[in-house]
Design a binder for this molecule. Sequence first.
Ligand SMILES: [Zn+2]
Length: 541
Amino acid sequence: MQTVTFAHLWVDGAWQTDVAVDIDGGRVLALRSGRAPARGAAPRGAPAGDAMAGSATAGDMRSGYVHGLTLPGLADAHCHAFQRLLPAWTQRARASREQGVLHEDFWTWREAMYVAAANLGPQELEAVAARCYLELLRGGYTAVAEFLYLHRLPQGTAPERRRGLAAGGARAAQLNADVAIVSAARRAGIRLMLLPALYQHADFGGAPVTAGQAPFERSVQQFLQDWEELKRRYPGDDADRGVGAATNAGDTDVDAGDVDAGDVDAGDANGAVTLGVAFHSLRAVDVSTVAEVAKQLATDQSCRAVHIHVAEQPAEVIASIAHHGRRPVALLAERDLLGPRWALVHGIHTTAAELKQVALSGATLVACPSTEADLGDGYVDLAHYLASGGQLAIGSDSNIGRSAYAELRMLEWGLRQRQGRRNVLTSAAEPAVADRLLRAVRAGGWRAFGQPQAGAPGASADFVTFDADEGDWPLVPPENYLSALVFDAAAPQARDVMVAGHWAIRRGVHVQQAQIERRYRAALMRLQPTLRQALARHEGK
Ligand SMILES: [Zn+2]
């Protein structure tokens, strides 16, 4: 057993000082001796106004005393790690419409995303995902739900594939995308929920997949076979055991050339991977198939949650009405496909009645504010959704944003812009936006993982600590600590990150940081010529 004492720990919505946390087997045994900070008092051990009050000393590190502002780890409920490479490539207009007026939207961005997906090999995916996951840890997440529609990637590196020299030719290896993702999560030391995604059609009505979507396609039979294989590889009998071991011990240094099934044998004593399933969307999977597969997995203990993209764009709603006479969320509700196991990603173009159905069902709505802003998706009326008891989580999605706390600010700011009001996502009982949102997305995020909220007794010992310079929080009274972190820091970066009782990042240092960075840069340099050539073909169309 170990005991770590946090100078300032958020416990059930309130700040307590000097909280001793007993940890055993990766779980929190007990939180002891915390006391509420005096109103307006400076952080303990520091004169009032000392901006360094939240900084650690070497002595504190050795004694297990952690200065700074500590929060329970959050769950990133929606991530496509490979899209981490896209932000810099997708800010130039590539499509044109009448009289040379350029028109870019979600659908043109999607074409660029297909180009990236088609040109990734397992080594590139692993390198990009490891870097992404490391950034997510620094951003305040200790778990990531990887919504994975890639499954069989062409072997070899990008230059090898270009020259036709890839080992084994272009033959795609079995579930090597899943292998790469698990390897990346272990390298970073983040908890992973792997969500293999069923993808069958280009649109409602069973339209065949396009060339860009071909790598995602799977039959139901293949999907269920793959599911059984993933269950065999990742039994997940103990969700907390072994997370973070890779970063501390440095003993699971998977070489870039070795990303294959051998790295993730079921005998690996790492239970940090849990499983759920995803249906890409009602565009990509007919609702009857969704119902059939969901029914088959309803009693499968390995399946912790069911995720689906829904109502991200108006065109999807229009197509759903045309084919089914129902909007997407209403269609799911009608087929009895909402419930506590379900996580609905985006849900932007929804009516008040649909949102009420989601709230009543106990399903979780997953907002992805920075991605939704980047893609021009829109905003959902979360004020009424939260007021009606709706469950809310956040996701990094395309990973253009990697800070959980910046996502909370984005969520609120988007609604302010739209509604011409301030402090929109508040209630009489919870008047502080940051505090209310943190409580909500902590609960909703872990619900979307089918796991108890980390940082509480009996649950995983996941904590993130921010230093004194993240939002000047030591200079304000405790009731404003979170407001400072969310609204007064650009993209708060954690100094210390604990996942299941292991320090994934300590004093800003992640033991595999240099290696992760080197591999990421190498992968992007290898991909650059291919992406440049492929994306240039889309420009000016
Ligand atoms: Zn997504």
